[in-house]
Ligand binder design. Structure first.
Ligand SMILES: Cc1cc2nc3c(=O)[nH]c(=O)nc-3n(C[C@H](O)[C@H](O)[C@H](O)COP(=O)(O)OP(=O)(O)OC[C@H]3O[C@@H](n4cnc5c(N)ncnc54)[C@H](O)[C@@H]3O)c2cc1C
Length: 332
């Protein structure tokens, strides 16, 4: 392979648009590329994605590689690994970023194996070491109790990045860039899986992972009815309701609402944690939250160590007053 240079981003698309994670990776990739004084490229893969190339440029890419093929319409490991390997070998980036999404989680380690390099999963901070030009990759470890910084000698350095950990750039439609088509050249017989059916997750209101405000309840909520009060607050904040594991295990709320190590990862501006203790397994899903507000009757609860603001008290008294105040502010 030629000399490794520049930063490359796998830009995922969803419903004919760049996915949120793609714009976040482009924002972060732009910063890293500027620190290196090198180029930022994006790879678009799919059935029909060429129309998104200009959008990727508007969000920061200097060059966009487009790999379009009917066989790439749905994510299938064999096909995506093959075309990504091709794109990476053509561009020889020193850094390759993917989203910590279902696609990125499947793709990154397999690509790393094919390219005889390493992948660091679930990063929340990335920077370039100015002396070595190596990527320093920060990720939560030990169930979110600590952060570790990884780096390595192999190239390209591959990292997946947690949703909402990075910010997109302001969209600039006047930005110029180059679009390069890559022929997928896929052999259908080498793709060992077929998509038989697609079932969309039905969500009322805002999706938990995408919400800017999340109101989460814990064991202390005590019942499904209790969660209706959390719903009311979330609705006022145009946000979503989450939960720690016990309310899901107890059947008060669906499992899809669980936040944490074995649940969803959220990164809203505002995370209101009600009657949950803030276990390390729960906090593993919240490390990207910008502002945590805790309501708990136990002043010693760990959540107060994580929270920016906290109220010590019974949520049944605190939450209605809090919700009323928010209602006054929102509805004027
Ligand atoms: C492998 C593994 C994976 C796990 N994954 C997850 C995960 O993804 N997500 C997750 O959440 N957990 C996970 N857990 C479980 C985790 O260890 C904790 O048991 C769980 O997070 C505790 O939930 P909680 O804070 O709601 O309950 P508790 O720890 O029991 O806390 C309840 C809190 O409510 C407060 N409280 C009670 N009544 C009131 C009241 N009236 N007003 C105000 N406050 C009140 C109490 O003071 C207490 O702090 C996992 C565990 C394991 C072993």
């Amino acid at each position: 392979m030629a000399e490794y240079k520049g930063v490359m981003v796998h830009a995922e698309a969803a419903e004919g648009k760049l996915a949120g994670i793609a714009t976040e990776l482009l924002g972060c990739g732009r910063k890293l590329a500027d620190e290196l004084g090198e180029e930022l490229s994006a790879v678009l893969t799919g059935g029909e994605v060429g129309n998104l190339a200009q959008e990727a440029i508007a969000y920061g890419a200097d060059r966009v590689y487009v790999v379009e093929d009917k066989l790439l319409e749905d994510y299938r490991t064999d096909a995506y690994v093959a075309v990504m390997e091709k794109a990476v070998k053509q561009a020889s980036p020193r850094v390759l970023l993917l989203g910590q999404t279902a696609t990125g989680r499947d793709l990154a380690p397999r690509l790393a194996f094919r390219l005889e390099t390493t992948a660091t999963m679930d990063c929340i901070e990335l920077e370039i070491d100015p002396e070595t030009k190596r990527l320093l990759q920060t990720k939560p470890v030990y169930g979110g109790n600590a952060r570790a910084i990884f780096s390595g000698e192999a190239a390209p350095q591959i990292a997946t990045v947690r949703a909402k950990a990075m910010s997109p750039l302001e969209r600039d439609a006047s930005r110029q860039g180059e679009v390069v088509a890559i022929v997928a050249g896929l052999d259908p017989s080498a793709i060992r899986t077929r998509v038989l059916e697609k079932v969309s997750e039905e969500v009322e209101g805002v999706r938990l992972e995408a919400a800017e405000a999340v109101v989460s309840g814990g064991r202390g909520i005590g019942s499904a009815e209790g969660f209706q009060q959390l719903e009311a607050l979330a609705k006022l904040l145009k946000g979503a309701v989450g939960a720690s594991r016990p309310p899901c295990d107890n059947g008060w709320v669906p499992d899809l609402m669980q936040v944490g190590l074995t649940g969803k990862i959220v990164a809203p501006d505002l995370y209101i944690a009600v009657a949950l203790s803030g276990s390390s397994q729960h906090m593993a899903g919240c490390s990207g939250c910008k502002n945590i507000v805790a309501i708990n009757k136990d002043a010693e609860a760990n959540i107060f160590r994580e929270a920016r603001f906290g109220v010590v008290g019974d949520w049944k008294k605190v939450l209605p007053a809090f919700t009323e105040k928010v209602r006054e502010m929102v509805e004027g």
